[in-house]
Write a protein that binds this ligand. Structure first.
Ligand code: SD4
Length: 333
């Protein structure tokens, strides 16, 4: 890693810039890492990391990055793989429905310029991540909801489709026998997909897509499509995304928190642990729900943490394909 030291205004701070003198002086010596995207501490770009054991989705995003395309393209292509997978019952096609049997989808995407697009409570459209991207790129708005989101998708050329598969309909019929509502902690290592990528230019993008909590109340929207909660990207610092009980992520604005903690100098791992710690500190009932975070910083370093065992992370970086269980909460914050 090349380093260059020179005198700089004290206001220049952040990842890649290490303050070398008193924060009070208006001029200080700083060390700037040159060529951050290429290698930092032996880590090379590009990188893509995703919540859960979503190998095909992450591999797809990796292929797109290998073609030299943008992290935004990689995120959309990767998330689409999971949305089209009927066997995954928490994303896109085959997602478990709400109490009334409606499959309603939430998704968002965020690019290197801090632009963001989202759809909430979208029905009958298999690829909410692509609709979210269109909201970001083709409208003056950032979030479209429900019927309006569906109408926009149809007008944009998306095909309507019944997303309730036979397996999910049967699961819902079975659930109705008791109608007992309880968030499921980990759905067989395969759940809401949150994905973060850095391309070879060093630009960061992220996406998050889900059918939300199974058997939720009609109209419920979770954290996944909400900027700062389910996802946040700051191209100068890094990105973070969440999975698990959205209500808890929303109340602590978890992804924004993680990015801000990284801005203050924490590693992605430390930042994820602190964000989980904030949730744990506020709850007596953590045994009843799961939350997991993943994060990446501008250098391509990654971190992940969850309340409980059972959270998985899939990562492609530097020809190293990892598919690992995340660390989980095991100490009081
Ligand atoms: C939600 N966070 O709607 C989503 C659900 C999820 O793993 O992530 N499940 O609350």
């Amino acid at each position: 890693m090349k380093r260059r030291t020179f005198i700089q205004n004290a206001s220049l701070t952040g990842i890649g810039v290490v303050a070398g003198a008193s924060a009070l002086s208006c001029k200080e010596e700083v060390t700037v890492t040159e060529n951050i995207p290429a290698t930092t501490g032996g880590i090379t770009l590009p990188v893509v990391v995703a919540t859960w054991n979503v190998h095909d989705a992450t591999a797809k995003a990796w292929d797109v990055l290998q073609q030299g395309k943008s992290s935004l393209d990689a995120i959309e292509a990767g998330c689409m793989v999971e949305e089209a997978n009927a066997e995954g019952q928490s994303v896109g096609l085959g997602g478990l429905p709400d109490r009334d049997g409606n499959v309603t989808l939430d998704a968002c995407i965020m690019n290197r310029d801090g632009n963001y697009g989202a759809v909430v409570y979208l029905q009958n459209i298999k690829h909410p991540i692509s609709v979210a991207r269109k909201v970001m790129e083709d409208t003056p708005h950032v979030i479209l909801a429900g019927k309006g989101a569906e109408q926009f998708a149809l007008e944009s050329g998306f095909e309507p489709e019944d997303l309730l598969t036979e397996a999910s309909r049967k699961a819902w019929e079975k659930w109705k026998e008791t109608s007992e509502y309880k968030p499921v902690i980990n759905i067989e290592n395969h759940d809401t997909i949150g994905m973060l990528a850095i391309d070879s230019n060093g630009d960061i993008a992220g996406g998050c897509t889900t059918s939300g909590l199974a058997y939720k109340m009609a109209g419920r929207v979770g954290d996944s499509p909400i900027i700062g909660s389910g996802l946040f990207i700051d191209n100068e610092v890094g990105g973070a995304t969440a999975t698990g009980l959205g209500e808890e992520v929303l109340k602590t604005v978890g992804s924004f928190l993680i990015v801000e903690l990284m801005r203050q100098g924490k590693s992605p791992q430390e930042a994820c642990e602190e964000a989980i710690g904030r949730i744990v500190a506020k709850n007596d009932s953590i045994k009843d729900f799961q939350v997991g975070y993943i994060a990446v910083n501008k250098h391509g370093e990654t971190g992940s943490y969850s309340i409980h065992e059972g959270f998985w992370v899939t990562k492609y970086q530097n020809d190293k394909n990892e598919n690992n269980p995340s660390d989980f909460y095991n100490k009081k914050p």
